[in-house]
Design a protein around this ligand. Structure first.
Ligand code: NAP
Length: 256
């Protein structure tokens, strides 16, 4: 299947490691031009080498609207166009109801949500010109809860709501907006979470056992395949959707 992503300029926040890194790699394979926004220098340099320079790495941690505006200006300055945005950067920062504070909650929302809005806001004129595609990486925690992580889960829920909201608002421009909900994907973030348990290997085996399809974690590349399909014109009639790429973890009977 030719996805026709050759020379399309796609922004990926948190695009150097984990799920975002896999999306960047997949886009490089398709001949697209990824714009990686991620502070990770080492992984960013590896991706620059892989893309043989057909890439832009902005080693920045997104927080403010001004950061996002700068990203869009740089992407346009370098490549003259933007065809897609993958909002992916986020951190499950453990700001809970009991163990948290209103200030920490506001900070967590800014860290996990505000840049999703701002990147798309500033990219919009370009996306309108090119009938672009937007992919929001949310989380199954938005629909199941997790406990102890109010800020992150509120942001993940809002990302699902904004996916529908933007899909409606952007219909006149044929800009498509979809969300992916990963559940258990082995990435650097997941690795550090699992290492916080007294017996990480036991905990990982216990979680894997509960994943219906194959009793294994989802691979970052499996999330990337869905994201890249959604970015492509092969997904031309898909918009406003919440797609679960999770081996059936969220919906299937776990006693099976
Ligand atoms: P990851 O392994 O931590 O990779 C994320 C990358 O994004 C890291 O390189 C990180 O840099 C960077 N990053 C974080 N905040 C950033 C910011 N504000 N601006 C720019 N870059 C930033 O995470 P992941 O597991 O791949 O998660 C990616 C997305 O999937 C997140 O939105 C997460 O909520 C979602 N998700 C993941 C899972 C899972 O099982 N892994 C499940 C559900 C949802 P640093 O390492 O320097 O912070």
């Amino acid at each position: 299947m030719n996805l026709h992503l050759q020379d399309k300029v796609i922004l990926i926040s948190g695009g150097a490691k984990g799920i975002g890194g896999a999306i960047t790699r997949g886009l490089i394979e398709e001949g697209a031009i990824p714009v990686i926004i991620d502070p990770s220098e080492k992984e960013g340099n590896e991706l620059i080498a892989l893309a043989k320079g057909k890439v832009l790495h902005l080693p920045w941690r997104l927080f403010s609207a001004a950061d996002c505006q700068k990203v869009i200006e740089e992407a346009i300055r370098c490549f003259g166009r933007i065809d897609g945005v993958v909002n992916n950067a986020g951190v499950n920062d453990g700001v809970g109801l009991e163990h948290g504070s209103p200030e920490a909650f506001a900070n967590s929302i800014a860290n996990n949500l505000h840049h999703y809005y701002s990147l798309v806001h500033f990219a919009l004129p370009e996306l309108k010109k090119n009938k672009g595609s937007i992919v929001n990486i949310s989380s199954k925690t938005a629909v199941t809860g997790q406990g102890g992580t109010s800020g992150y889960v509120a942001a993940k829920g809002a990302q699902l709501a904004l996916t529908r909201e933007w899909a409606v608002e952007l219909l006149p421009y044929q800009i498509r907006v979809n969300a992916i909900l990963p559940a258990e994907v082995y990435t650097p973030m997941y690795e550090s979470w699992i290492q916080s348990f007294a017996n990480p290997e036991e905990k990982l085996a216990e979680i894997s056992k509960r994943i219906p399809l194959g009793k294994r974690m989802t691979k970052p590349e499996e999330i990337a395949s869905m994201a890249i399909f959604l970015l492509s014109e092969k997904a031309a009639h898909i918009t406003g959707q919440h797609l679960y790429v999770d081996g059936g973890y969220t919906h299937l009977d776990r006693s099976l």
